[in-house]
Design a protein around this ligand. Structure first.
Ligand SMILES: *Cc1c(COP(=O)(O)O)cnc(C)c1O
Length: 335
């Protein structure tokens, strides 16, 4: 009998993860599979977009305007989610027009997103009030959502991860990849987490996927404190030395280590986000970072569409590409 899966899959499943090194170091490892919430809308983007799209509809907006790079998971997820919700979408994209033929933007276009390609200087203004005012004057019927979807509506969507986890599996450390910091801020601001933390000492460990990410610590604290009272003691840490050379960069050796992990666990860890979390986990284990008996919960944040652009540009080493390619939905043909 064929059972049709209906989406979103919530709560997202928690699975035990097996690896000889986990046994050797006496730790238990679980993974929360937010990548399984939806086949197209990437895990944490699903959680971050939900509240934003509901807000756009409540305001009776015609659509949503947002910002992103040419390979952005956020752009891809938002274009699809808007189409599903009957909303129009506009993407302010960093880069040149020819990018619209790449895997990510072909899909976004297919789902009706209109692009506005801008150079780096213009793109840098994406957080400036003056620029945002200009955009809302030009597109009064559109709700403006920041890059990565990281705003207060996104934080409460992410916080639901903690509510789900409180009923799924106990753990000592929750680990996740960090880009703009919106996701970890959402998890930290969860009231469920604060209640749980009065009894246990759950820690959160973010793995920065970009270089020189120290500035994010402040941004994350600010995002969290905007959401909750600032006397709240946070027990979290941002690891800033596991970016593998910068955003979306990694060495041939990193790719081989990651291919090993994907093959051994059967979980599709892509090299931009969750793959870096995994490489960091293995480095930490080897350094004796976790005490024996420790339980680690990993958050798979999704983002598998990003594999598409890397395969297309032939920049992913063959072994890793082989291990990951079956997890990619096929792209529409360029017209
Ligand atoms: C956007 C993204 C992240 C980073 O989330 P932030 O909230 O920006 O820190 C992590 N993983 C995946 C797969 C993403 O697409």
């Amino acid at each position: 009998m064929h059972l049709e899966t209906s989406y979103p899959v919530l709560p997202s499943p928690v699975q035990p993860l097996e690896h000889p090194l986990f046994k050797q170091h006496g730790v238990r490892v679980f993974i929360k599979r937010d990548d399984l919430i939806h086949p197209i809308i990437s895990g944490n983007k699903w959680r971050k977009l939900k509240g934003n799209l509901a807000h756009a509809k409540a305001l009776k907006k015609k659509g949503v305007l947002t910002f992103g790079g040419a390979y952005s998971n956020h752009i891809h997820a938002l274009a699809y989610a808007c189409q599903q919700q009957g909303l129009a979408s506009i993407g302010i994209i960093r880069g040149e027009e020819h990018y619209q033929n790449n895997y990510t933007l072909r899909w976004a276009k297919h789902w009706g997103m209109k692009f506005n390609f801008v150079d780096r200087t213009t793109y840098r203004k994406r957080h400036e009030q003056g620029f945002l005012d200009e955009l809302s004057n030009a597109y009064p019927d559109y709700l403006i959502v920041p890059e990565g979807g990281s705003n207060s509506l996104a934080l409460s969507g992410m916080a639901e991860v903690m509510t789900e986890l409180s009923e799924q599996q106990q753990f000592d450390t929750l680990m996740l990849p960090v880009g703009s910091g919106g996701s970890i801020a959402g998890l930290l601001s969860s009231t469920t987490r604060r209640e749980a933390n009065t009894q246990s000492s759950q820690r959160m460990l973010g793995v920065a996927v970009l270089k020189n990410a120290e500035y994010l610590v402040n941004e994350i604290e600010q995002l969290v404190n905007r959401q909750i009272d600032s006397s709240y003691e946070t027990s979290w840490q941002l690891l800033t030395h596991h970016h593998c050379g910068g955003y979306a960069k990694y060495s041939a050796e990193d790719a081989n280590r990651l291919a090993d992990i994907v093959e051994l666990t059967g979980v599709p860890f892509e090299p931009v986000y969750s793959g870096k979390m995994m490489l960091a986990l293995f480095d930490l284990l080897e350094q004796g970072y976790f005490t024996e008996g420790h339980t680690i919960m990993l958050l798979h944040t999704g983002g598998l569409q990003g594999i598409g652009g890397q395969l297309e540009r032939n920049i992913m080493p063959e072994r890793l590409a082989k291990a990951l390619q079956s997890h990619l939905p096929s792209a529409p043909q360029v017209q």
